[in-house]
Every structure is written in structure tokens, then in C-alpha cells.
Design a protein around this ligand. Structure first.
Ligand code: 5GP
Length: 206
């Protein structure tokens, strides 16, 4: 019989401007069996962003309807816009035995932890706060008020590191990707996870 394991729910989070999106994109450009959960957002698409690839772009009314109908695993308001994770996609993919990868901000990650404590929580950390500032400034697409708001949020977010299972320092994108891949491999080898699958197989054989 096939010993089918349920997929892992991997959550990559961390402070604003740390490079979550960049690491996620680089990770998915590599050969990966991870399934990326595309988020819903009310933010306007940036140049080059594609509906259904980068995000599902929604109006505030549509998003609030999704909240009301409990269709989101988590959601947060961030820099004036809603962001959220569609729950059906996550459940269906995990039940098919595939690993789901979320790249979300920290308030949402903490909601996932409550709803789904068996998830694997990865905190992407900046090599230093100074570098974080220059990365945000270097992005060049945000105004002063947005930058200040993002930095303030970052200070609070860093204190949240304690809530995570792993810390991945984003000193170098490819190295950060390799660390994430190593964590995924290790999680699949965890005795508790492997043993429960064998246990189920033994029970169903009796
Ligand atoms: P951006 O507007 O730069 O694409 O994303 C802003 C922030 O929202 C990033 O920190 C990103 O990780 C986060 N984000 C993207 N999708 C989601 C989501 O579904 N839920 C939550 N809570 N945050 C998200």
C-alpha cells in the first residue's frame, strides 16, 4: 500500500522589506515540488503583475465578502490594503499530499499558527536593520510616509521572531533558498511525521 503523507504547510514570513517576495520568486524558479498559494489582495496591480499569477486582485467589497464567508485561512490589513490566503486551495492541496507554501506578512502568519499549529513557520530575517532600511529606500516605488510606516511595522515584526520554528537569514538570495529547501527536506524526515504515517498503515492492516 502507498504510505501517503499529508502535505506540509510552510509559511514564510518576516519583516517588511526583508525580501520575502524575492526569495519566494527565486525559490519557485528552482525545481521545487512546493505549491505556491496565490493570495487575494485589494492592492492595485504593479506594472508587470498578472491576475491569478501574482495575486487575485479584488475590490474591498469582494474581499470583505470573502471574510464574511470564511473563505480565508488568514487575512490582514497591511499598508492600507487587505491581503489574504484562500482556505480551499490550501486544504485541497494539503489533502492531495502536496506541500503548500505561503509568503505572507507576520499578522497573517500568527493567525495561521493558531488555526494550523502543525504548520512550519519560517522567519526571514534581514542581516541587519540598517540593511532593511536601505532595501526599502532602494525599492524606490514608495513615498516617505509609506516608508516610515513600513519601518515602524518592521521594528514590531522583528520582535515576533520568537514565534517561529526556523530563522532564515536573507544575506544572499540563493543561500536563503537553499536553507528553505533544507528545512523542507528535514521536515519530511521528522520522526513524528514519518512515524504517524507508518502507524496509520499498521492500523489499517489489522
Ligand atoms: P506587496 O504589496 O509588496 O505584494 O505585499 C505586501 C505584504 O503583504 C508582504 O509582506 C507580503 O508578504 C504580504 N502578503 C502577501 N500575500 C499575503 C496574504 O495572503 N496574507 C497576508 N497576511 N500577507 C500577505
Amino acid at each position: 500500500m502507498e504510505l501517503k503523507e499529508k502535505g506540509l504547510l510552510l509559511v514564510l514570513s518576516g519583516p517588511s522589506g526583508v525580501g520575502k517576495g524575492t526569495v519566494r520568486k527565486a525559490l519557485f524558479e528552482r525545481q521545487t515540488s512546493l505549491q505556491y498559494s496565490i493570495s487575494m489582495t485589494t492592492r492595485a496591480p504593479r506594472v508587470g503583475e498578472v491576475e491569478g499569477v501574482d495575486y487575485f486582485f479584488k475590490t474591498r467589497d469582494e474581499f470583505e465578502q470573502l471574510i464574511k464567508e470564511d473563505r480565508l485561512l488568514e487575512w490582514a490589513e497591511y499598508a492600507g490594503n487587505y491581503y489574504g490566503t484562500p482556505i480551499d486551495y490550501v486544504n485541497d492541496t494539503l489533502n492531495r499530499g502536496q506541500d503548500v507554501f505561503l509568503e505572507i506578512e507576520v499578522k497573517g502568519a500568527m493567525q495561521v499558527k493558531k488555526a494550523f499549529p502543525e504548520g512550519v513557520f519560517l522567519f526571514l530575517a534581514p542581516p541587519s536593520l540598517a540593511e532593511l532600511r536601505s532595501r526599502i529606500l532602494g525599492r524606490g516605488t514608495e513615498d516617505e510616509a509609506t516608508i516610515t510606516r513600513r519601518l515602524e511595522a518592521a521594528r514590531e515584526e522583528i520582535e515576533l521572531m520568537d514565534e517561529y520554528d526556523y530563522v532564515v537569514v536573507n544575506d544572499h538570495i540563493e543561500k536563503a533558498c537553499s536553507r528553505v529547501e533544507a528545512i523542507v527536506t528535514a521536515e519530511h524526515c521528522k520522526r513524528s511525521r514519518v512515524a504517524s504515517v507508518y502507524q496509520k498503515a499498521l492500523e489499517s492492516d489489522q
